[in-house]
Design a binder for this molecule. Structure first.
Ligand code: ZN
Length: 280
């Protein structure tokens, strides 16, 4: 009997107080765990409410019945428990709570031949910090407009390899967890943008290699890296399905694969959620 009760309690715990659990978007995207997405019901309003989480603006979309939903990215660093967003409408400002459940992420041990990719030298660190600042700025871009699609297309067709959130050890030393999702596909495979958007940053980075950032609107951002070739330029508008570059193994990579980050309100979240491949 106890066995039966425990999962039920766990389920109740992960249902946020203000989730529009009956909505299509919430059913597909509401995965309120560290590194997941919380869909919070903002209620009906004539004009789009403004929402923020941890001081950062949040993606807001309209539901079919004139209700508004906040699509909140939950950073991997958030501890399970109660969280809140702030929503502003013409009628005032409200605080809306949601509950973050727990998720266990596995470990991965990787061996790199190039020790500098594990312990960069002082010159590398200078470069890494500049590159990190550029990429952080890109992730904090917040442009108006509703994304073309919240359910994303797979950027490449191929099996998933390394999952999001995996705790990674390089040559035995723990580094940042895996902030994206990897697909095992050959070098040269075209990478297609999973939604329409604008190219806001490209670069050749120490860890990420050849990288492209696509802004889908309202802080919903895709990043592709380790590419062998970049096929777009900064400022270029891309339609859903346009090729942004080719799969490669530039930067800190053990071989060719497609690495894809998805970010909401400057929080890297599990891309698997948006392609229907999320595993709790
Ligand atoms: Zn990766």
């Amino acid at each position: 009997m106890l066995r039966f009760i425990v999962p039920l309690l766990a389920l109740c715990f992960t249902l946020p107080a203000h989730a529009a659990s009956d909505s299509y978007i919430a059913r597909l995207l509401n995965k309120p765990v560290p590194g997941g997405v919380a869909v919070v019901d903002l209620g009906p309003a004539a004009q789009a409410p403004q929402a923020s989480y941890q001081g950062k603006p949040v993606l807001v979309v309209r539901e079919q019945d004139a209700r508004w939903l906040a699509i909140v990215g939950v950073p991997l660093t958030v501890k399970p428990g109660s969280q809140q967003i702030i929503a502003k409408t013409a009628s005032g400002t409200r605080t809306l709570p949601f509950v973050v459940g727990s998720k266990a992420y596995p470990e991965q041990h990787i061996t790199l031949k190039n020790q500098r990719q594990v312990n960069p030298n002082p010159d590398d660190l200078k470069r890494i910090n500049i590159e990190l600042a550029d990429q952080t700025r890109a992730y904090r871009t917040f442009t108006p407009g509703t994304p073309s699609n919240l359910l994303l297309d797979k950027p490449v067709n191929g099996p998933l390899s390394s999952k999001f959130g995996v705790r990674r050890f390089f040559n035995g030393e723990e580094r940042n967890p895996h902030a994206g999702l990897d697909f095992a596909v050959p070098a040269g495979t075209p990478i297609k943008t999973p939604a329409a958007g604008k190219v806001i940053l490209i670069g050749n980075y120490f860890f990420n290699g050849n990288t492209v950032f696509v802004d889908h609107g309202q802080g919903f951002i895709s990043m592709f890296c380790h590419m062998s070739k970049i096929d777009v330029t900064v400022g270029q508008s891309v339609a859903r399905g346009d090729v942004v570059g080719r799969v490669g193994s530039t930067g800190r990579a053990t071989g060719p694969h497609m690495h894809w980050n998805v970010s909401l309100n400057d929080a890297r979240v599990d891309p698997a959620i948006f392609i229907g491949a999320f595993q709790p």
